[in-house]
Design a protein around this ligand. Structure first.
Ligand SMILES: NC(=O)c1ccc[n+]([C@@H]2O[C@H](COP(=O)([O-])OP(=O)(O)OC[C@H]3O[C@@H](n4cnc5c(N)ncnc54)[C@H](O)[C@@H]3O)[C@@H](O)[C@H]2O)c1
Length: 405
């Protein structure tokens, strides 16, 4: 067993414990959760209680990363589930102490901080993984297999579009402040990852953005000031020539919508909301007619498609075109798949599926839509991950709000 510490015991930290529990349930556990750490003592205690209930053993409780560092001989690896501004500072401390690191998405607050984290992992010769869960959904795996099998022919357009959640605090107030990781990046990072997962590398981006809701209201009725964009409309050009559009409207009122569609010369693939379990909608042009391809026929188009063992055990099948599970179980399963991949990367000495470089590209793309507007021209991902002076992120890289403890 690999010894694991969890830093950040808020909503996502606790969800990671349910992911570890899923691995235990299917007999694929390679982790022992030895420590939880949070600067808010009741959050750490709540996580320790949950771990004891679900995993059968109570982890140690630490109140700061310094305490965790002092106990670093007790953990092989750490999962960092704090707000994004602390991913790099905490990750770098953990790597220097000899631990492998998985950070929640986004890899870091800024591309510069993400690059420092990657450098620290290389220097320490330790694994760095980014917990990007959406691509691991079995339905996204099938969508990727269909695209890889060239069922759609050459892709010319990919559309990713969401509107909804206007006026409300989305999970936590920090998501509406730029210096802890604004919501367009916090949510958009998943979409950036998936755009590249389905279509291939993005070459350049341009966008227009706005802060529509200057204040948002939480569930208790408290109003919170907002300084991070909640509307981002962008265009991306992929290296293979396809064009992508990105629309994230978190000020949306009225009818909410979500669409994700790949358009090829052979037809369209409509990919449902992640973690919904709904089947893909594939429509192919055959002999001049646009024909709907039912899920069983979709599977027949990819005879070699197989989910990996852990995913198959968690979701109940090796070749799934849909599934029906409650959200909390779907969510925990996807985190379990991340944990299994992270453990295998350490044990087999290979890169995790979403390593630092992959995570950094998604961050560069998400900020690219904001930076391009500031600079008044399309920006390449090479520039955005290179030495380009990025004004939006430069403002975030000012001295940190607080220490890492
Ligand atoms: N992949 C997903 O689907 C998904 C969903 C939600 C959140 N996330 C990501 O998970 C991360 C955490 O989000 P959240 O919603 O759990 O936030 P949260 O605010 O609920 O939890 C963050 C926790 O970190 C703690 N913390 C702050 N500073 C700390 C420090 N120095 N040391 C230890 N703990 C510290 C806070 O006290 C808090 O308990 C973010 O990066 C977010 O983007 C991912």
């Amino acid at each position: 067993m690999l010894a694991l510490a969890l830093v950040g015991c808020g909503g996502m930290g606790r969800r990671h414990i349910t992911g570890l529990h899923k691995l235990q349930e299917i007999g694929a556990q390679r982790w022992e959760l030895v420590a939880v750490c949070d600067v808010i003592p009741e959050n750490a205690l709540r996580a320790a209680n949950l771990a004891e209930d679900l995993l059968g053993k109570r982890p140690m409780v630490f109140a700061s990363t310094e305490e965790l560092q002092a106990a670093s001989n007790k953990a092989d690896a750490v999962i960092v589930t704090t707000s994004p501004d602390l991913h790099a500072p905490i990750g770098i401390v953990a790597l220097a102490a000899g631990m492998h690191v998985m950070v929640e998405k986004p890899i870091a607050l800024t591309v510069g901080q993400g690059a420092s984290l990657i450098d620290a992992a290389n220097r320490a010769n330790r694994k760095l993984a980014v917990a990007e869960n959406y691509r691991r959904d079995p339905i996204n795996r099938l969508a990727r297999a269909l695209i890889d099998a060239d069922v759609l022919g050459p892709l010319h357009l990919f559309s990713q579009s969401f509107s909804g959640l206007g006026g409300k605090v989305i999970i936590t107030p920090w998501r509406h402040r730029r210096r802890s990781g604004g919501i367009v990046v916090d949510m958009g990072i998943h979409y950036a990852d998936l755009m590249e997962y389905f279509v291939g590398p993005i070459q350049q981006v341009f966008g227009f953005n706005a802060i529509v809701d200057k204040q948002r209201v939480d569930d208790a009725g408290t109003r919170h000031d907002v300084d991070a964009e909640d509307l981002s409309v962008g265009v991306a050009q992929f290296e293979n020539g396809a064009i992508g559009n990105w629309l994230i409207d978190l000020a949306g009122r009225g009818a909410s919508h979500f669409t994700r569609i790949a358009y090829g010369l052979g037809g369209t693939l409509s990919i449902p909301h992640d973690r919904s379990g709904r089947s893909l909608e594939l429509t192919l042009r055959q002999s001049g007619q646009d024909l709907r391809i039912e899920p069983a026929e979709q599977l027949a188009l990819v005879p070699d498609f197989q989910l990996d063992d852990v995913t198959a055990k968690l979701f109940g099948g090796t070749r799934l075109s849909s599934y029906q599970l409650e959200f909390q179980h779907i969510d925990a399963n996807l985190l379990a798949i991340e944990h299994a991949d992270f453990a295998a990367a350490i044990i087999d000495d290979r890169a995790p599926e979403v390593d630092g470089e992959v995570g950094l590209r998604s961050l560069a793309i998400s900020y690219g839509f904001l930076e391009a507007e500031r600079l008044g021209r399309p920006l390449t991902i090479k520039e955005l991950t290179g030495s380009l002076n990025t004004p939006y992120q430069s403002e975030l890289d000012l001295p940190a709000r607080g220490g890492v403890s």
